[in-house]
Design a protein around this ligand. Structure first.
Ligand code: ZN
Length: 413
C-alpha cells in the first residue's frame, strides 16, 4: 500500500503551469533524454515520499508539511505534470491522479500508457518493488539529488547542449566562441521563438549528428518547450525583458525590470517555442545585466579596448583588455562576472574565481536594482571575505565609468 497520506492529495494537473507540450516535435534522442529526466524526477520524488513516510513512522516532524497536511515533493509533481502533458498530446487523460501514477510505479515501464522512449533493458524495470524503490529507481533518484530537480537538470542540459552546438558548428578556434556568444545571446534576447525562426536558425547552424538530427534542434528542444498553435500568435510580453507576461498585471516580475506589458505577434507554421522556466531563471533573467554591460562596452573604441564575452565558454562574463599603445607596454586585463542574485550571501557562497584568465582586476558587477538594496553590498563583501581574495564589487554604472576612464587614458597614452 502507498503511504496513507497520498490518498486525497489529488490536484488537477491542468491547473498547474505546463512545460512540455512538444512530444510530436522532438527527435527520438531528445525524447529519450526527456523521458529519463522525467523518471529521474519521479524517482527523486518517490525517494522523498519514502523518507517522509519513514519520518511519520518514527514520529519525526515532516519538513514538507503544509496546512493541508504533508505536501507531495516538488519533483514528483513536476514529473507527473510532464507525464500528463505527454498523455494529453497522445490523446489520453493519464495519469489521472497521484494514486493512479503510484500504481504504475509497480508495473514495468513498458506498460505505461504514454510509451516511454527508454533503452530496451530499462523498459522491463519497475520503480517500486513492494514498498521499496527498485534498483533502477534508486539509481535514477541518485542522479537527481537536488531540491529543484527539474530546474537543475534543465540548466545543466541546456548548458551542455549550447556548448555542443557551438562546437559542432564551428571549424576554427575563432568560430566556436563566436557561436557560443550568439547562442547565449539568443537565450537572453528571444524568450519566445516561432517555429519559422527555428528553421532560420537551423540554416545558420546546420551541423547534425550522424542520425541527421541538428545540434541546434537539440539545444532549443532542451531550453524551450513547444506550444502547438499554427498561424498568427499574439502573446502578451514585457517590452523591457521580453518575457511572456503570463497574465500578470502591474509590474513585470522579472528582477530589476520595469518594462510595460505589450503584445508581440509571431507568424508560425505549427506553433512556437517558449523558454523553459529554468532557462528563464538561469540564462535569460541574469543575462539581462550581462548583455546591458556588453552593449555598453561595445560603444568603446576597439583601438583602445578589446572585449571578449563569456571567455573560455563562460569562465567569466567578460574579459576587457586594454590595448597597449606601443609594443612593450604591458597588457592590462579586467575580468568581470555580472551577478543578479536575490541573496548576497548565497551569491558569495556559490562564487568561484576562475584563475585560468590572467587579470589585473577581478570584479563582481551588480545590477543597479540589487546595489540599491540597503545592506546588500556590505553583506556581499563580508561574505566574500575569507572565501575568495582579490575580488572587487562594483555596480554596473561604476564599472562602465571606470572602464571608460581607463580606455581614455590608454588612447591618450
Ligand atoms: Zn520585464
Amino acid at each position: 500500500m502507498p503511504p496513507a497520506y497520498l490518498a486525497g492529495k489529488i490536484d488537477s494537473p491542468g491547473g498547474e503551469e505546463s512545460f512540455d507540450v512538444k512530444v510530436s516535435h522532438r527527435s527520438s534522442t531528445l525524447q529519450a533524454n526527456e523521458d529519463y529526466t522525467t523518471l529521474e524526477m519521479l524517482c527523486a520524488g518517490l525517494a522523498r515520499i519514502r523518507l517522509d513516510h519513514q519520518r511519520v513512522q518514527d514520529g519525526t516532524p515532516l519538513q514538507s508539511t503544509t496546512q493541508d497536511g504533508p505536501a507531495l515533493p516538488q519533483a514528483w509533481r513536476a514529473a507527473r505534470r510532464r507525464l500528463w502533458w505527454m498523455g494529453r498530446v497522445a490523446g489520453l487523460n493519464w495519469p489521472r491522479n497521484d494514486l493512479n501514477l503510484f500504481a504504475h510505479c509497480r508495473v514495468p515501464l513498458s506498460t505505461w500508457p504514454v510509451g516511454l522512449s527508454l533503452a530496451e533493458g530499462d523498459l522491463t524495470a519497475v520503480l517500486l518493488d513492494g514498498d521499496e524503490l527498485s534498483e533502477f529507481a534508486e539509481e535514477a533518484a541518485a542522479l537527481a539529488g537536488h531540491a529543484d530537480v527539474e530546474a537543475e537538470l534543465v540548466q545543466n542540459q541546456t548548458f551542455r547542449a549550447l556548448v555542443t552546438c557551438a562546437q559542432r558548428n564551428g571549424t576554427s578556434e575563432r568560430e566556436v566562441p563566436r557561436n557560443y556568444v550568439r547562442l547565449r545571446r539568443l537565450l537572453i534576447a528571444e524568450p519566445v521563438l516561432s517555429d519559422r525562426r527555428v528553421l532560420a536558425l537551423a540554416r545558420i547552424f546546420p551541423a547534425a549528428e550522424a542520425s541527421g538530427e541538428l545540434f541546434i534542434r537539440q539545444f532549443l528542444g532542451t531550453a524551450y518547450t513547444f506550444r502547438p498553435e499554427p498561424g498568427k500568435v499574439r502573446l502578451a510580453v514585457c517590452q523591457g525583458c521580453g518575457n511572456p507576461a503570463d497574465g500578470a498585471v502591474g509590474n513585470c516580475p522579472t528582477p530589476g525590470c520595469t518594462g510595460p506589458t505589450g503584445t508581440q505577434t509571431f507568424e508560425t507554421l505549427d506553433g512556437y517555442w517558449l523558454q523553459h522556466r529554468a532557462t528563464r531563471r538561469f540564462f535569460h533573467d541574469p543575462g539581462l545585466v550581462e548583455t546591458r554591460i556588453l552593449d555598453r562596452l561595445a560603444e568603446l573604441p576597439p583601438s583602445a579596448v578589446e572585449v571578449e564575452a563569456w571567455p573560455l565558454l563562460d569562465a567569466w562574463d567578460s574579459a576587457v583588455t586594454f590595448v597597449p599603445s606601443a609594443p612593450g607596454h604591458p597588457v592590462e586585463r579586467w575580468v568581470i562576472d555580472a551577478k543578479d542574485c536575490a541573496s548576497p550571501t548565497q551569491l558569495a557562497r556559490g562564487f568561484s574565481s576562475d584563475a585560468r584568465i590572467m587579470a589585473r582586476r577581478r570584479i563582481i558587477v551588480l545590477p543597479m536594482h540589487r546595489d540599491k538594496v540597503p545592506g546588500y553590498r556590505t553583506d556581499l563583501v563580508r561574505e566574500l571575505d575569507g572565501r575568495v581574495s582579490g575580488i572587487e564589487v562594483l555596480n554596473e554604472e561604476e564599472f562602465v565609468r571606470q572602464v571608460t576612464r581607463r580606455a581614455l587614458q590608454v588612447v591618450a597614452r
